[in-house]
Ligand binder design. Sequence first.
Ligand code: MCA
Ligand code: AMP
Length: 505
Amino acid sequence: MSNANLYELFSQHFPADADAVFLDGVDGRLLRYSDLPARTGQMVGLLHARGVAKGDRVVVQVEKSIDAVLLYLACLRAGAIYIPLNTAYTPAEVGYFLGDAAPRLFVCSPATRDALAPVAAAAGVAELLDLGADGSGGLVDALAAAPVSDATAGVAPDDLAAILYTSGTTGRSKGAMLSHANLASNARVLHDYWHWRRDDVLLHALPIFHVHGLFVALHCALLGGSRVIFMPRFDVATVLERLPGATVMMGVPTFYTRLLDQPALDRGLCADMRLFISGSAPLLADTHRDFEARTGHRILERYGMTEAGMITSNPYHGERVAGTVGFALPGVLARVADEHGRELPRGEAGVLEISGPNVFRGYWQMPEKTAEEFRADGWFITGDIARMDDDGRVTIVGRAKDLIISGGFNVYPKEIESQIDELPGVRESAVIGVPHPDFGEGVTAVVVPDRSAPISEQSVIDALRDRLARFKQPKRVFVVDELPRNTMGKVQKGVLRDTYKDTFA
Ligand code: MCA
Ligand code: AMP
């Protein structure tokens, strides 16, 4: 039987040219495709030496770097389950993930090692290594002493390749289990659908702890055997500098609005580009139009989620319609349904449900949560409200889930509200997203005091500093006498969103 290991699939597409570059770090460091077997083999040897066996979890919270990509590929090769964490998570948040995932190995940054070592110890993690963006830290040091392995673990299609945590509407993060077959199917489809080419040069400015930067972007490049300009983070000046010579860029809408703020963005700068892709959050139709006017490029918007990778995409050759997310990708089935899972007539808005080889294997150790999000016929309920036209083109019109997307990062209000409600002097709170010119939505808290202790906007912000990652922290806090409620007693978040809609205008 053939090996379903995703690394095996990638390796079949490595270019024969020994000089072909995979990652071009903007600091002058390069990683060639021909180096991948030996460099990942060395890391596999290290993983084995640290007791990481097939099926073991490896949790990683490190800055973006070439070594971090090697570690991901090595985990695939070893059959270990890779679990990347947002670098913005605080030690308190990391503690939860370590406890839940029970990894054999945790890899953190040298800068956070002192703060995280006790957290890892408390969670019973056996092995801790650190890895810096500049190649510093114990992981790279230990490589020299580790035996090199040239084996790629045999895995079955449904074996897990990764777990990615998504926050939950109940406040507890859920680990979405993704198999080698889930990732392989989506990678192949996107590679074909977006007409990926060997001579493509991908401008990569996304973080690599989420589906967008890690899977969508890197997997397309790996299947293409293409070159990646691998930026440590999105920095508008460097993007402008590196656009000439690049052919593809993927970004969240904030990338595009920040680029549009730059007078230097014009057709000439984008002369080598063949494709700009946007996703992770809604792209305003105005941004789409303004970008075309300035660059001549119609951004291709696609839609996806952690649990399923990419689900729909605007077409490569056909009409890319601003404000829509295109068609279900080949092999993916999509339907718009009512609250009972009954398909609605075309044109009506309802919950988008999907089925296909990209749909995840469930939430890590949460069978009930998993069951709640699937219909009896096996379709996954995305929680997004959509409309589908007669041709099958999908428009996302809202969310059934209480979720804020800020700069492409998801923030679940429930998680923030639980933290605020614990503060002395707080009776209750409601957290909403309101229009934000840079991040799309800005996290905003509305708090009702119980007068047992004084509270203010600043005291709430200060109290949350060490508890929540920075991107989740409310950018504004309003203290009010009461929250608007409907006749059932439920907080009317729509009314609050309307009241505070101009907060960041
Ligand atoms: C940074 N800050 C943020 C965010 N990012 N606040 C809210 N939302 C954010 N997304 C904070 C910083 O901590 C800082 O706070 C202040 O805002 C300004 O930071 P700045 O330097 O301007 O931010 P940045 O470092 O330039 O980051 C902005 C960013 C970044 C480039 C938009 O957030 C980013 O790379 N987002 C991409 C997210 C992503 O990859 N999502 C894909 C998820 P202070 O000044 O107070 O310290 S995958 C997914 O959703 C599905 C599968 C899909 O469809 O793709
Ligand atoms: P995540 O849980 O981080 O994977 O985020 C997935 C969610 O991001 C989806 O369920 C949507 O709500 C949202 N999303 C992703 N792409 C788009 C898009 N192009 N337009 C609107 N929403 C999007």
